[in-house]
Design a protein around this ligand. Structure first.
Ligand SMILES: *[C@@H]1O[C@H](CO)[C@@H](O)[C@H](O)[C@H]1NC(C)=O
Ligand SMILES: *[C@@H]1O[C@H](CO)[C@@H](O)[C@H](O)[C@H]1NC(C)=O
Ligand SMILES: *[C@@H]1O[C@H](CO)[C@@H](O)[C@H](O)[C@H]1NC(C)=O
Ligand SMILES: *[C@@H]1O[C@H](CO)[C@@H](O)[C@H](O)[C@H]1NC(C)=O
Ligand SMILES: *[C@@H]1O[C@H](CO)[C@@H](O)[C@H](O)[C@H]1NC(C)=O
Ligand SMILES: *[C@@H]1O[C@H](CO)[C@@H](O)[C@H](O)[C@H]1NC(C)=O
Ligand SMILES: *[C@@H]1O[C@H](CO)[C@@H](O)[C@H](O)[C@H]1NC(C)=O
Length: 490
């Protein structure tokens, strides 16, 4: 009883303190939070941003060509040839996970027209093969295995079809293609990416594809899907099959400049357009082997080559779409899985340790609370440094950010990242270590990686930025040591 007044008093004090705290919180929220800067258009959609952050995704080329030892089939193959002895899509997913991929794309139909699912619109499919007694469905097994392993699924459906006799009859073939899009995009759950291309032999029958109709159908059936083609609309081809983006690589282009399958646009696709009106970032498709399909006489590229591909794709503002072809047994070769694991282990070794962590950071200016220079070393991609509105104005020496390192450990890789959600802005940049220039370049985008010719151990790292399109917003600056870097050994 005697305690009661005290607890009441305590309660009253607690209520008052809480009220005062709430009032001061409200004040600080309404009075001191600086809003983010305006976006610089165009900006990515939510689905494009999710795609960009995946960085590495996987392609599986498997089908009739696997069994005929070819890259382009003729369309007259006997479905009886398709008989993988022990197809196991879960094993494919483990190959994808070995390289850190979060999205896997299957070739559901290649140019030979043979369908890996039992399409009701043709008899040229797994249904006519001996595999699983004609009751198999590779697309089903693929998406089920992907989901069970926590991976998202995508599909490639070749427009060029050398088997179907409707090919060349514009309306009939486009109807056939639309019907197959419906089967694939309504029968197999959520599909995160779909691939279209204009690949076609020189002597192929003339055929007008109704890409615009196809794209709208796709969006109607799968709301958050990304459509890949030379021309997007969501993701564009990078312009080569080496897996290399341009050293200048804008996520923006003018879609009106691009015709799917037309030669001569590769350079434009490779570097993008600083004045582009459309956000259509590039994807780098490349195979870990010389061919897209499995051939007994081929083996996976060496680690050094795959690392170079990683630096020239992910490190140049792209997503890397790496192909690993399952063999005639229906499995990704153990040696290929090992190579994928080796690549990811190397990437994790290089980027798992950030030698900029814990650095003090300062910049030419700061926009205010929430946009401090130190945001580039906080290990988060959603926070970023923004300069004050009056800083810079796009001059070459307009903006800089400087890290003062705690660690003296040498580094030979510099990582710079932009907060691209508000548009890609950086047009030129240069890196100085203790006042000496070590690297420079044009665009940054989601991620730019510089490999230095030799390791440096300096104390201060300063990055100069020119961004005439709008103040640069940097989400990260990282310093890493790549022990695999051959240049370092020289
Ligand atoms: C398929 O592969 C997975 C992963 O390698 C393995 O765990 C599973 O046992 C395999 N299934 C069959 C039927 O071989
Ligand atoms: C294409 O057609 C020409 C002329 O008919 C022929 O000489 C050539 O071999 C054909 N090429 C292919 C790849 O079929
Ligand atoms: C396809 O059409 C184009 C233009 O109409 C023509 O130049 C070309 O020769 C045709 N090709 C074939 C294989 O018929
Ligand atoms: C892309 O479009 C913009 C806006 O219309 C224009 O300024 C720019 O020059 C175009 N790019 C090319 C390469 O034509
Ligand atoms: C392996 O064989 C395939 C099919 O015979 C052929 O197309 C390819 O060029 C060969 N690859 C190498 C590296 O020789
Ligand atoms: C396919 O790869 C698996 C896994 O390495 C292997 O066991 C099998 O023998 C291979 N098949 C062929 C035809 O090489
Ligand atoms: C950029 O780097 C190149 C080669 O690394 C060098 O020749 C050039 O002088 C550098 N430019 C600037 C502005 O630092």
């Amino acid at each position: 009883m005697a305690r009661r007044p005290t607890s009441l008093l305590r309660l009253a004090v607690a209520v008052l303190v809480a009220a005062a705290a709430a009032a001061s919180d409200a004040r600080s929220v309404t009075l001191t939070l600086t809003p983010p800067p305006l976006p610089v258009l165009p900006i990515p959609s939510a689905a494009q941003l999710r795609w960009q952050r995946r960085e590495v995704i996987m392609f599986f080329h498997f089908g009739m060509n696997t069994f005929t030892d070819s890259e382009w089939g003729t369309g007259s193959e006997d479905p009886a040839l398709f008989r993988p002895a022990a197809l196991n899509a879960t094993q494919w997913m483990d190959a994808a996970r070995a390289v850190g991929a979060s999205l896997v794309i299957l070739v559901a139909k290649h140019h030979d027209g043979f369908c890996l699912w039992p399409s009701r619109y043709t008899d040229h499919s797994v249904r006519a093969s001996p595999w699983r007694g004609g009751r198999g469905d590779v697309v089903r097994e693929f998406v089920d295995a992907a989901r069970a392993r926590g991976l998202d699924a995508g599909i490639y459906l070749s427009p060029w079809d050398r088997h179907d006799r409707r090919y060349g009859d514009e309306v009939a073939y486009n109807e056939y293609y639309e019907a197959q899009l419906h089967e694939l995009l309504t029968g197999y759950g959520s599909v995160s990416e779909i691939w279209f291309d204009g690949a076609k032999g020189k002597n192929a029958t003339n055929m007008t594809y109704h890409f615009q109709e196809w794209f709208q159908t796709v969006k109607q059936l799968q709301r958050s899907i990304n459509i890949f083609s030379d021309d997007g609309p969501d993701v564009r081809w990078v312009g080569d099959e080496k897996g290399f983006a341009g050293t200048t690589c804008w996520s923006t282009v003018n879609r009106s400049m691009i015709t799917i399958g037309e030669a001569g646009i590769e350079k434009y696709l490779n570097s993008g357009d600083p004045r582009g009106r459309d956000w259509v970032p590039p994807e780098c498709d490349v195979s870990i082997r010389p061919g897209w399909f499995w051939h007994k006489n081929e083996t996976a590229k060496p680690l050094s080559q795959l690392l170079e591909i990683y630096y020239n794709s992910v490190g140049r503002n792209c997503v890397l779409l790496l192909n690993a072809p399952p063999n005639t047994t229906g499995l990704v070769e153990a040696a290929d899985v090992a190579r994928l694991r080796e690549l990811w282990s190397a990437v994790s070794t290089i980027f798992g340790t950030d030698l900029a962590a814990g650095s003090a950071a300062r910049a030419s200016s700061e926009r205010g609370a929430g946009f401090a220079a130190r945001n580039v070393v906080d290990g988060r991609e959603d926070t970023y440094w923004a300069p004050a509105a009056e800083d810079g104005h796009g001059r070459w020496d307009g903006y800089w950010i400087e890290l003062r390192r705690r660690s003296r450990r040498p580094f030979n890789v510099v990582r710079v990242q932009e907060h691209v959600a508000l548009g890609q802005r950086v047009e030129r940049h240069a890196v100085y270590v203790d006042g000496a220039p070590v690297a420079n370049g044009t665009t940054v985008g989601h991620k730019r990686l510089h490999r230095l010719p030799c390791a440096v151990a300096g104390r201060t790292v300063r990055i100069w930025v020119a961004a005439p399109r709008g103040p640069p917003l940097l989400s990260a600056v990282g310093l890493h040591h790549d022990p695999f870097d051959v240049a370092d050994a020289m």
